[in-house]
Design a protein. Structure first.
Length: 393
């Protein structure tokens, strides 16, 4: 390999995450580690973890055989748990042979892109994207294609259709969406599937839909979740348990191929190879053993909804413009000044930390994580009111 090639490539990938990296490197933001800080930055736990979760890990940590902690692949006991859940939740048979276990949805995305996308291909996703979409696409030598959303943060189907070319190999759909909280309606997803079928026919090869469903169990106001995988055969469901359990440090997730995918066996084989070559992207033995108990657990979504309503009421009373998320545990808030990063630094100096929109390609906004504790909310709401009032003068 030529001298400097690796460094140059890493520099290029880092450039695609420059907004996030600049935020993490900002000296003012280092105060987030203060015990008294009101931390709304990332979806980290700020309350006690579910006792049923750590009790399950304790229970399954006792070896039941000599190879209990040996190398693990897509273990049948785990894939059957996932398939059983999907069969019930999606109301159609989902074979365990279509499930691959991963160490989180991050790994699921990396594995899927490495298995399905070649250098020179194009991958579509909608703005605002998750931090790492662009870098992950570029890491496999493909070209990211960002599509602007509709005014209400719904999918803009005309823009999706216009973005398709003969080079399009995949589209990433994130619903419920981080950071907007938008759940794409079934009618929109059905029309999307028709667009993708027509695009696949023109290109002479399938366009794969990567359905990033990290928040598909965190739904508000009694909503149901329509999955893109219910509408399009060449789709892969990518899921992580880290959001539903609020345990992002315990990496566990899966890739589930649509039961109707005609080339599923070939795709599965490619994914399995990519799991190995991406650095053994399988969950730990313990997490797979414990999945039967973990699958049924969830954080208190009703409590998240109460936090959402309290934050929205307080922010709107203080003059902020904010959306009403239908799912996830985030709020997207309009910055009262054009420079969202500068405004977030003003909040940080008063001990309130949020994520500026520049960090995720959404300048002029900032994001709040509802996983913050009630104590943090108590501290933050008066600060939000104070800082926006002085920003207007």
């Amino acid at each position: 390999m030529a001298e400097g090639v690796v460094s140059a490539r890493m520099d290029a990938l880092a450039g695609s995450m420059s907004g996030l990296m600049d935020f993490l490197d900002d000296p003012v933001m280092q105060g987030v580690s203060d015990p008294d800080a009101a931390d709304f930055v990332f979806g980290n736990p700020h309350d006690d973890v579910l006792p049923e979760f750590w009790q399950a890990l304790q229970r399954w940590s006792k070896p039941k055989s000599k190879d209990w902690f040996a190398y693990k692949l897509n273990e049948q006991e785990a894939t059957q748990v996932v398939a059983g859940y999907l069969t019930q939740a999606r109301d159609r048979p989902w074979p365990a042979e279509r499930v691959l276990m991963t160490n989180g949805a991050f790994a699921g995305l990396a594995v899927s892109l490495n298995a399905l996308v070649d250098a020179g291909d194009e991958v579509i996703y909608t703005r605002p994207p998750w931090f790492f979409y662009e870098a992950l696409v570029r890491s496999v030598g493909a070209q990211p294609v960002e599509i602007e959303p509709a005014a209400d943060f719904n999918l803009d189907l005309d823009s999706v259709a216009a973005g398709l070319t003969d080079k399009t190999r995949a589209i990433i759909i994130n619903s419920p969406n981080n950071p907007t909280g938008r759940i794409y309606p079934a009618g929109v997803l059905e029309r999307l599937s028709q667009i993708l079928r027509e695009g696949s026919a023109r290109a002479g090869r399938p366009i794969y839909l990567l359905s990033d469903e990290a928040y598909n169990r965190i739904l508000f106001d009694g909503r149901r979740f329509p999955s893109p995988t219910d509408h399009y055969d060449h789709s892969l469901l990518l899921y992580t348990y880290g959001k539903t359990l609020l345990t992002p440090g315990q990496r566990l997730g899966y890739i589930a191929l649509s039961p109707e995918m005609l080339d599923a066996e070939q795709v599965y084989e490619s994914l399995f190879l990519a799991q190995t070559l991406c650095g053994w992207a399988f969950p730990s033995a313990l997490m797979q053993h414990a999945l039967a108990d973990i699958q049924k657990l969830s954080i208190d979504v009703d409590n998240l909804e109460r936090k959402r309503d309290r934050m929205i009421t307080g922010l709107r009373e203080a003059g902020y413009g904010t959306n009403l998320p239908e799912g996830t545990f985030y709020l997207l808030v309009k910055s009262p000044t054009p420079d969202d990063a500068a405004f977030c630094r003003r909040l940080a100096k008063k001990g309130v930390f949020v994520l500026p929109g520049q960090a995720f390609g959404m300048p002029g906004y900032f994001r709040i994580s509802l996983t913050a504790s009630e104590k943090m909310i108590d501290k933050a709401l008066p600060v939000f009111a104070e800082v926006t009032s002085t920003a207007a003068t």
